[in-house]
Design a protein around this ligand. Sequence first.
Ligand SMILES: C[S@@+](CC[C@H](N)C(=O)[O-])C[C@H]1O[C@@H](n2cnc3c(N)ncnc32)[C@H](O)[C@@H]1O
Length: 201
Amino acid sequence: MQRSHWDGAYAQGDTTRSWYQEEADVSLDAFETSGVGPDDAVVDVGGGASTLVDGLLERGFRDVTVLDLSATALGIARRRLGDRAADVRWIVGDLLEWDPGRGHRVWHDRAVLHFLTEPEDRDAYRRVLDRATDAGSVAVLGVFGPGGPEYCSGLPVRRYSADDLTEFLGDAWEELSRAERVHETPSGATQQFTWGIFRRR
Ligand SMILES: C[S@@+](CC[C@H](N)C(=O)[O-])C[C@H]1O[C@@H](n2cnc3c(N)ncnc32)[C@H](O)[C@@H]1O
C-alpha cells in the first residue's frame, strides 16, 4: 500500500512535490559541521529522488547508499545523475525491514521519520538505526517541527520538537546540535522543520 502510494506521489516527477529542494543545503552543512568527509559511508534512508546524493557525489563521497520504498523515486534520481548513478548503491525497500549488514558513518533522514505514527514502527526504526551505525556514527534527522504540517502527501505525520527528537533517540545518542529551519515548497508554502545532529556513544 505504502509503496504504491509513494510511487504514485512521484509519478508526475519530483520537482513539484512539497518536499522538493534544488539543493540539500541544510543536510550538506550538517555533514560538514560534524566532520563527515568523502571517505565516510553514508546512508540516506527514504532518500527518494532527493538531490542530496548529487551534492555528496560532487563533494567526492564514494560510499553512498540511497534506500527508498519507491522505485519510481530512485529512478528519477538515477536518470538525473546519468553515468554518476553507477557510483551509488540504490536499494528499493522498506527501511523498517532493512538489514544493513554493516555500519555507516552517517545516517541521514529528511522527512521520513515523521511518517511513523505507530510506536512499533518507531521501535523498528531505532532497531535498524542501531544495526546501520556504529559508535561514533552521526545521525542527521530533519522532521516536521511543532508548527509544521499535520499531513504530508496525504498521510498523517508526527511532529517533533528538538527535545522530542533527542528523547526519541535516547541515551545511546549524544545531541551535537539542533536547529529550526523553514522549508519553502515549490508552490511557495512554508513548512517548519526540526533538525538534529547526533553522535552515537
Ligand atoms: C517526503 S519524502 C522525502 C524524500 C527525501 N528524503 C527528500 O528529502 O527529498 C518521504 C520519502 O520517504 C519514503 N519512505 C516512506 N516510508 C518509507 C519506508 N518505510 N522505507 C523507505 N522509504 C520510505 C518515500 O517513498 C519518500 O521518498
